[in-house]
Design a protein around this ligand. Sequence first.
Ligand code: SF4
Length: 327
Amino acid sequence: MKATYVSQFNYTRENLSEVLPLAAPFVVYIEPSSFCNLKCFYCPHSLPESYRSSSIMKLELFEKICHDMLQLPKRVKKMRFSGFGEPLFNKEFLAMVELASKLNVADNIEVITNGLLLNRSIIERLPQLVDKIIISVQSVNAAGYAKYSSAPVDFDAFIENVRALSRCSEKRSIIHAKIHHLAIIDEPCGKEKFESLFENYVDELFIEGVVHLWPETPKHSCMDNHHRFSSEKLKFEVCPQVFKSLQVNADGRVTPCCADWKLKLVVGDANSASLEDIWNGEALKSLRIKQLQKLRFTFAPCMSCEMNETCEIDNLDKDVESIIEKF
Ligand code: SF4
C-alpha cells in the first residue's frame, strides 16, 4: 500500500443554505471520554485540570443515543467518535462501536484517536466496524511527544499498533494518519520520516495546520492564521455548526459543536430527552436565531471561536434573510 495525501475534510457536500432547515443533524459527534492521555499544547487539556471536570460515557447512554438516532426523521450522514477527550480511554469503546455498526446508525461511522491506547482486541475488530479511523499523530518520535504533548510514549509500540490496523482481516476502514505541521518543520527531514513511518501502512496521509480551534484558550504565536486543511483565509459571521451537527458529551449533555469545550451552550441532555426533541427544541432554535441575526460576536464562547474560520467551508452569511424566514 502506498498512501495518498488527502485531508480528512469532506469537500463533497450539499449547499447548506439550500437544504435548511434539516429534519435531523448531518453529523452526530459522540464523546466516549472527556479524559485524555496527552496534554497537547494547542488543546485545553494542557491547561489546569480545574477548567473542566471529565467523565466517561456509559454504554447504556450510548445505546439510547443510537436508538434516538434511528428514530430521527432523516438518516444521519455521519457518527463520529471524537470530542474533547481520547475515545479509547473508555473501556467500553469497542462495545459502543460494535453496537453502532450493528444498528447501522449512520451512513458513515468514524473515529478520531491518538492511537496510543490501541490494544489487540481493538486492532482486530475496529477496522471491520467503522468507515474511517483517523490517527492523530503528534510527532515522528518520542522526543516530539514529550515536547508537543507533555507525555512519555512508547513510540515503537504505537507505530507497530497503527501498522497492525492495516493487517486486520476483513478491513472496512480507511486509515488516515495526520500530523500537525510544527512536528514536521521542527524535525530534520520531518516529512520524509512521517512518510516512512506510515505510507505503506495507512490509506491516507495529511499534514494539517496548527490552528486555534478552542475558544477561551491561549492563542500561541506558532499557530496558523489560515484554514487547517488549506491555505485559505475564511471569514464567518454566522456559525453553520448549529444548523447541522450535535455533539453528545460524555455525561450526556448536548452542545451544537465540539468547540464548546466548557459546555456553555448546552441545548439538552441526552439522558432524559430524545435527540429529535433536542434538535427541534427551543434552546437550539434560539441559538440558531441569534446566529442568523449575526449576534455571534456578542456572547461566549462563540465570540472568540475560530472553529469555522479554521475548519469549515459551509458559509451561510449571504443567505441569512432567506434562511431566517424558515426558522
Ligand atoms: S461559533 Fe464556535 S462555539 Fe459557537 S456554536 Fe459555532 S462552533 Fe460552537
